[in-house]
Design a protein around this ligand. Structure first.
Ligand code: C5P
Length: 274
């Protein structure tokens, strides 16, 4: 049995630069990964996918899970069998932290490890690219600047060990409609320098359109901004998950307790950046 972690991604900044003719948007984004996320297990056997964990219910019965699509594409490209996958779904679905993309990337990594395929094989990245804009970043699995749809990646030095709190107000948000609600104004590129500084000077251009679709995002941001010791508070991806970065785990713990007390139904993850 092969076990692969599928860590959540966050966008430390996400600048939307222009609409493209193919329906996508040209973006610049700073990807970072947290240490926790979903887990994917691969065993020998006929192709199958079992889903367990706190968010399994949302996905069960869904025919075209990204894990299944990743395994199908891998089998076609490498002429190797799929396998029996078990996904432990711990990350909320449609929440801006790349859960499905992380699962797909973990499936590709698990199959590659089983078959002795190098994890930097360009064919894996081509499959990842075909599965979704965030899948290549999840396959790379380290801090990076993403351009294009988010698939053109340039690794950057990360913020390993930095305490992070993720909060989701329990509203599923689809990516397409959020991009479609972007106002079309290019607010400029991501700057140069060290990662945290670039992030602090950056923004998430999808926050305003996402808030118009899911106003609870504003409540999540306000709660995080209320806490002491935050270095950065921002929405991730197209929402609705918001995150805060801290210097000290004690500040993260206090903020998490405050969120749990104020909003017992919300999802809250205390972690560190990978
Ligand atoms: O690539 P992915 O399938 O994850 O994207 C979902 C949707 O998000 C796309 O169909 C598109 O509407 C939107 N999107 C976009 N620009 C990007 C990434 C995604 O418009 N850079």
């Amino acid at each position: 049995m092969i076990v692969e972690q599928a860590p959540a991604k966050i966008n430390l900044a996400l600048h939307v630069r222009s609409r493209r003719d193919d329906g996508y948007h040209e973006i610049e984004t700073l990807f970072a990964f947290v240490q926790d996320g979903d887990e994917l297990r691969l065993a020998d056997g006929p192709p199958s996918l079992a889903i367990e964990g706190p968010f399994a219910g949302v996905l069960t019965g869904e025919g075209d899970n990204l894990v299944t699509r990743a395994a199908g594409a891998y089998a076609a490209v490498f002429a190797k069998p799929g396998g029996a996958f078990t996904l432990v779904k711990r990350l909320p679905v449609a929440s801006g932290i790349g859960g499905g993309s992380a699962d797909a990337a973990a499936a590709l990594r698990a199959l590659a490890r089983r078959d002795g395929v190098s994890l930097d094989d360009p064919r894996l990245f081509a499959i990842a690219d075909s599965l979704g804009s965030d899948v290549p970043a999840c396959l790379l699995g380290r801090s990076a600047l993403g351009r294009g749809r988010g698939e053109q990646l340039e690794p950057v030095d990360g913020l390993t060990g930095m305490p992070v709190l993720l909060v989701n107000p329990g509203v599923a948000v689809s990516t397409g409609p959020v991009f479609a609600a972007w106002d079309g104004r290019d607010r400029g590129p991501i700057g140069d320098g060290a990662l945290l500084g670039r992030a602090l000077l950056g923004r998430n251009d999808l926050e305003a359109p996402a808030r118009s679709i899911a106003p609870a995002i504003g409540d999540a941001l306000a709660l995080l901004l209320d806490g002491a010791g935050t270095r950065l508070v921002r929405m991730s991806g197209s929402g609705a998950t918001c995150f805060a970065l801290y210097d000290w785990p004690e500040d993260r713990a206090a903020a998490a307790n405050a969120v749990r007390a104020a909003r017992p139904g919300w999802w809250c993850l205390e972690s560190v950046l990978a």
